[in-house]
Write a protein that binds this ligand. Sequence first.
Ligand SMILES: [Zn+2]
Ligand SMILES: [Zn+2]
Length: 338
Amino acid sequence: MTPEAALLRVIHCLDRALASPYKTRAFVRALDVVRSADPVELAERARDERLGELEGIGDATASVITEALAGVVPSYLSKIEAESEIELTAEAAPYRDALRGDCHLHSTWSDGGAEIEAMAATAIDLGHEYMVLTDHSARLTVAHGLNEERLANQLVEIERINGDIAAAGQDFRILTGMEVDINEDGSLDLSDEMLGELDVVVASVHSKLRMDSKQMTQRMVMAIANPHVDILGHMTGRKIGKRPESTFDADYVMAACAQFGTAVELNCRPERLDPPRELIDLAIEYDCWFSIDSDAHATGQLEWQPLGCNRAAERGVPIDRIINTWPASELTDWTTTP
Ligand SMILES: [Zn+2]
Ligand SMILES: [Zn+2]
């Protein structure tokens, strides 16, 4: 294992463990140093225990580099690898096996930490046949959301990357998409024309999460009923222990999802796990479609799908109602608005 590969794997595991960005940043900085350093000089410094003299290398990163150069798996990596492992219950294994893709994830185009290519490479490693790139829409300025022009540029970029993936002989496709903001009045933060061009549209509430129940219900139902919307993202907006669930009439919302063919997302982020159990039960009762999505903002976070699978298995979500168990062509047939 090269120092570069070891540092990349550490970063992957830290992302998977939802470590503080501060902690991850030290390894990202060390990765930059390693990539720009002369390999011979790096090896000499490691041998003489002088890596720490380089700006951007601390004790932890120095020992990862030194151990990798010595041909052993760095002890820090073994530790974080084991600590960050995502548990999949026996009951949930058939769910994870059935998943062919991931319909909600971000790249550096909005607030993600990894390039599109890196996200795709990890998705391929995980055995996926496709991933839907769903960066944020323009209104979410804190997340560097994409306006129409940037989205149009991204579509060109995706086509180019898909070409490279195909040329490399990989049976994998990046589908186009967006996590579009549901505005306060229930309209969407993207024109109908652009929405119609995307393979998969996830719609989510990111603002005014505390609006009163009646207004929130109306807002959500309007978005769910929009023919371009395919998936309702993190329905309640909760962050466990930090932010309460939004209030809305769950019967109306689930009935609308079932009626208009909008899938209920089981958001796998450990701090979200949204919707909560009782709402999953309700969605099953209404015979809704589901999508089990990582909402990854870094490569390591693509490994979070087992967390949603565990929930799905526990509540008894029918596997054949989960849209990302389908091949890409079936999924895009389903999402295409006639
Ligand atoms: Zn979101
Ligand atoms: Zn997201």
